[in-house]
Design a protein around this ligand. Structure first.
Ligand code: IPE
Ligand code: MG
Length: 225
């Protein structure tokens, strides 16, 4: 989700107004995702690099996350949405951490949509934390180096319970991947749209998903007859 700040600045409004509008979009996209055949949806809400922003913006974003969880919990549960979080949550406010753990537990049995929100997430940070954990296991003699495989690394990441993404969409015209699921998205298809996140509609998502359905994915193999 990119472009909240520009969306607001274009209207001479504070950046936080754009973030609030962006959160409204998240609600709408989460609601329409299952109808488009999406069972796993991961949204990048706050990166390990976003701490560089002003205190006002960082605190504003954290407030939006907390309110989203508090206000949406009932509806997510009714709609069958299982909510998870990835990223290093130890740096987040204790109250926000408690809200996150609470909604994860409350929705753990739901299956209609798997919604994952990346907060204080960075792909390199995730790999670093995971490698440290594995190194501790190796040093303690509980993990043999030969037992480390592509699959065991995938399982040890924050996304251990999630399938690899098929499609990654970035809004706002930037054509970077910016530390989002670098290990997991090795075979993902990418879509870059100039639309700013607050303007990203269910219709546009439907068009992108339809285009994705027409792509020929070979995973390094050759086209099947
Ligand atoms: C939203 O867009 C992404 C978040 C960190 C929440 P931005 O805040 O990056 O918006 P731009 O790039 O400044 O327009
Ligand atoms: Mg941005």
């Amino acid at each position: 989700m990119d472009g909240n700040g520009r969306w607001a600045t274009n209207r001479s409004w504070p950046r936080l107004v754009g973030h609030r509008k962006g959160a409204e979009r998240v609600k709408q996209i989460v609601r329409c995702a299952p109808d488009l055949g999406i069972e796993w949806l991961t949204i990048y809400a706050f990166s390990t690099e976003n701490w560089k922003r002003s205190t006002e913006e960082v605190l504003g974003l954290m407030g939006i996350f907390a309110r989203y969880i508090e206000r949406e919990a009932d509806r997510l549960a009714i709609e069958g949405v299982r909510m998870r979080f990835i990223g290093d949550r130890t740096r987040l406010d204790a109250k926000l951490q408690a809200l996150m753990a609470g909604i994860e537990a409350r929705t753990a049995h739901l299956t209609r949509l798997n919604l994952t929100v990346a907060i204080n997430y960075g792909g390199r940070d995730e790999l670093t934390r995971t490698l440290r954990k594995m190194a501790v296991e190796v040093a303690a003699g509980r993990l043999a180096p030969e037992a480390i495989t592509s699959d065991t690394i995938s399982q040890a990441l924050d996304t251990g319970d999630l399938p690899d993404p098929d499609l990654v969409i970035r809004t706002s015209g930037e054509t970077r991947t910016s530390n989002f699921l670098p290990w997991q998205a090795s075979y993902a298809e990418y879509e870059f749209t100039p639309t700013l996140w607050p303007d990203f509609s269910p219709d546009e998502l439907a068009r992108i998903v339809a285009r994705f359905g027409n792509r020929d994915r070979r995973f390094g193999g050759v086209r099947q007859a």
